[in-house]
Design a protein around this ligand. Structure first.
Ligand SMILES: Cc1cc2nc3c(=O)[nH]c(=O)nc-3n(C[C@H](O)[C@H](O)[C@H](O)COP(=O)(O)O)c2cc1C
Length: 180
């Protein structure tokens, strides 16, 4: 039976490099019989975590009522979570960090998931993504039984459509198709 894959695309540029790579990953995953849902940050209203602490006292409850309620429900339900970000000053985008911080309300319920990370940068060096990868791992290290299954580093991508000419799309398709 296919898995349920949730793709969280967190560039402010819809149809940009990381989002395009997500779409190729999704094509591959669907070809292998998986069910995929992509959520783009730009389509959602997601406020910053306020650090109010309500979720510590009432597990699962966030004081804010915005689209993160639905996204957290999807994260808890998914088998596989794909997180995609552009590199901004050698870390993840503010959008991605905001989403990660808002997972605070239910992160203890995000258990046994497989994770894939997609990153894009203008820099041509794969190591340019090491800090962002550590930021992702800072999140997944807080989860129970999270398994990192794949990392895509889209290097040398500056212009909004640069990924369409990159070999990274083939890599993304194959990684999606290889989800077991
Ligand atoms: C605010 C900002 C900061 C950026 N910082 C970096 C950086 O530190 N290193 C880098 O190689 N590229 C940097 N870039 C370029 C983006 O990472 C690159 O264009 C990426 O492919 C964008 O992906 P997207 O189309 O999915 O948004 C930055 C771009 C912006 C807008």
């Amino acid at each position: 039976m296919g898995k349920h894959i949730l793709v969280l695309s967190c560039s402010p540029r819809k149809g940009g490099n990381s989002d395009t790579i997500c779409d190729r990953f999704i094509e591959g995953a669907r070809s292998a019989g998986h069910e995929v849902e992509k959520i783009h940050f730009k389509d959602k209203r997601i406020n910053y975590c306020t650090g109010c602490g309500l979720c510590h006292n009432r597990a699962g409850h966030c004081s804010q009522k915005d689209d993160m309620t639905e996204i957290l429900a999807r994260m808890v339900a998914a088998d596989v979570i794909v997180m995609a970000t552009p590199i901004y000053f050698y870390s993840v985008s503010g959008q991605m960090k905001t989403l990660i911080d808002r997972a605070c309300a239910r992160y203890t319920e995000i258990v046994g998931k497989e994770f894939y990370f997609i990153m894009t940068a203008a820099d041509g060096r794969p190591a340019a993504m090491d800090r962002a990868l550590e930021a992702f791992r800072g999140f997944t290290d807080c989860l129970t039984d999270a398994r990192e299954c794949g990392v895509i580093r889209g290097t040398g991508l500056w212009g909004v459509k640069d990924a369409t000419r990159s070999a990274v799309l083939k890599e993304a398709y194959e990684m999606g198709a290889a989800v077991k």
